[in-house]
Write a protein that binds this ligand. Structure first.
Ligand code: NI
Length: 255
C-alpha cells in the first residue's frame, strides 16, 4: 500500500483520462494521493477532484514562479479553503530561482505570507525549492516554520541541507529523479535519512521515474520510486511502502 504525497492530477495532461490513471494507481496499491494546487486554476480543479474521489486529498498554495500574480484575496481564499475537510496541507510554496517570471524579493514575500498563514491555521507546508537551498532554509528558520513542519518536495539537495530540514521538523520526499542512473545525490540522501521522515511522490505529470523517464508521469509509477528506495536502504519493498504511507498519514492527519 502506497501514499503518493504529490500529484498534479489537476493538470491539463490528465483532463482526458483521469479515471483510467486513478484505476492504474489503485491496481498497483496506491491508496492515497495528495493533489497539489498552486494557482487559481489548479486549486479549483484539485477541489473538484477531491470531491469526486474518496482516496484523494488536496494541498492548496501559491507557486513561487507565479508569485507576482498572488493577491491578498488569493491568500484569503487559501485561508478559507484550509478549513475544507479534505485539504490537508498548504502548498506548494517556496522559491524557484530557475525561472525569472517573479523577482526573488516578491517570491520571498509570498513565501513568508504563506508560512505565516500555515502557522495561523496550523497546517503542514509543502516546499518547492529550485536552486534556492540557502534562502529556503533561512526563511524557514526566520519564520519559525518548524512549528508546523511539512515536506521538502522532490528533494534534490545535499545530505547537509537534508539534515537542516530534518532539524526544522520537515519530512523529505523523493520522486522520479531518485531512480535516475546519474542521480548520485538523491540516492545518497534517500539511503541515509531516518525512515520516519521519509516520503515518496511522483510529482506527476512531471519527472517520470526510470524506465519511463521522459514520458508522462502518473501515480502508479510511485511504486518504482518505492522499489528504488527500498533497494538503496536494503529493506523490503513492503516495509518501505508501509513506513512511508504511515508517515504521510500521520503528517497530514489522515486516520
Ligand atoms: Ni508539484
Amino acid at each position: 500500500m502506497l501514499f503518493d504525497t504529490h500529484v498534479h492530477l489537476n493538470a491539463d495532461q490528465f483532463e482526458e483520462d483521469v479515471e483510467d490513471v486513478m484505476k492504474r494507481a489503485v491496481e498497483v496499491g496506491v491508496r492515497e494521493m495528495v493533489v497539489v494546487g498552486f494557482d487559481e486554476k489548479t486549486i479549483t480543479r484539485a477541489l473538484e477532484l477531491v470531491k469526486a474521489y474518496e482516496n484523494l486529498y488536496a494541498a492548496v498554495g501559491w507557486h513561487p514562479v507565479d508569485a507576482v500574480d498572488m493577491t491578498e484575496s488569493h491568500l484569503e481564499w487559501i485561508e478559507e479553503l484550509s478549513q475544507h475537510p479534505k485539504v490537508v496541507a498548504l502548498g506548494e510554496m517556496g522559491l524557484d530561482y530557475h525561472w525569472d517570471k517573479s523577482p526573488k524579493e516578491v517570491q520571498k514575500e509570498v513565501f513568508r505570507k504563506q508560512i505565516r498563514l500555515a502557522k495561523k491555521v496550523k497546517m503542514p507546508i509543502i516546499i518547492h525549492n529550485r536552486d534556492a537551498d540557502q534562502d529556503i532554509v533561512d526563511i524557514l528558520k526566520e519564520e519559525g516554520a518548524d512549528e508546523v513542519g511539512g515536506i521538502m518536495h522532490c528533494f534534490g539537495g545535499s545530505l547537509e541541507i537534508a539534515q537542516i530540514c530534518l532539524n526544522l521538523n520537515f519530512h523529505i520526499s523523493f520522486g522520479g529523479p531518485v531512480t535516475f542512473k546519474n542521480a548520485k545525490r538523491p540516492k545518497e540522501v534517500a539511503k541515509d535519512i531516518p525512515l520516519d521522515r521519509l516520503l515518496i511522490e511522483t510529482d506527476c505529470p512531471y519527472l517520470a521515474p526510470h524506465p519511463n523517464r521522459g514520458k508522462r508521469n502518473e501515480p502508479a509509477y510511485v511504486k518504482l520510486v518505492a522499489e528504488q528506495i527500498a533497494e538503496l536502504r536494503e529493506m523490503s519493498y513492503e516495509q518501505l511502502a508501509i513506513a512511508t504511507r504511515n508517515n504521510a498519514k500521520k503528517l497530514f492527519g489522515i486516520v
